[in-house]
Design a protein around this ligand. Structure first.
Ligand code: 3PG
Length: 210
């Protein structure tokens, strides 16, 4: 399972985080990301439509790894996996969600903000954590400092990262990917501008060239 988490992190330099209001546009977003070369998507459970969106993407979009984000409870975790989620993400520590991930053998990326939180996750066997909110916690310099005491861990910094700052995080060996909502802007979704999403995905793929 923890090996699976690193596999999800290896799909693309960015895990796009999306907040959707309906399943139909979620499918369009996922298709645009795939067209741009990003084959992974994290659909947050922050909206009513989140679960239905995960289900629709899992059933209708080929070649994309769909995950559930902002998963806090055991019930949400079970529902997300039943809907077709292939991985789960939490912004912070959610031991119940970790237990479901282990029991159902699914990739899980729990969040941490401090050294003590990372240590807690490490005691549970976690080897990859989301670091949220990355820009507030201290950006790449903070991650470098965390990595010095947790040399065997990898991080997915998320929160406040944009196209122009992603590269600074990705330059670190312990950062296989970052998370971010910038690829799927609220404007693009409101206007049904899937071409803008495709182009943002293409630019995100290019972040790994260095
Ligand atoms: C998340 O849920 O991971 C965050 O909303 C993503 O952060 P960002 O919107 O600052 O990219």
């Amino acid at each position: 399972k923890y090996a699976q988490t690193r596999q999800v992190m290896a799909i693309a330099p960015v895990i796009p985080v999306v907040v959707v209001s309906d399943a139909a546009s979620a499918v369009e977003i996922a298709r645009a990301l795939v067209a741009g070369g990003i084959r992974v998507i994290e659909v947050t459970l922050r909206t009513e439509a989140g679960l239905a969106a995960i289900e629709a993407i899992a059933q209708q979009v080929d070649d994309i790894c769909v995950g559930a984000g902002t998963v806090w409870t055991e019930a949400q975790a079970e529902q997300a996996i039943d809907a077709g989620a292939e991985f789960m993400v939490s912004p912070g520590i959610a031991d119940d969600v970790n237990a479901v991930a282990q029991a159902r053998d699914i990739a899980y990326l729990p969040g941490a903000q401090t050294v003590s939180e990372i240590a807690h996750l490490k005691r549970q066997g976690v080897t990859a954590t989301k670091l949220f909110p990355a820009s507030v916690v201290g950006g790449p310099a903070a991650i470098k400092a965390f990595a010095s005491v947790f040399p065997d861990l990898v991080f997915c910094p998320t929160g406040g990262i944009k196209e122009d700052t992603a590269r600074d995080y990705l330059a670190l060996d312990c950062v296989p990917c970052v998370g971010g909502s910038w690829l799927v802007s609220a404007d693009a979704v409101a206007g049904g501008d899937w071409e803008a999403v495709r182009l943002a995905a293409e630019r995100a793929v290019a972040l790994s060239d260095s």
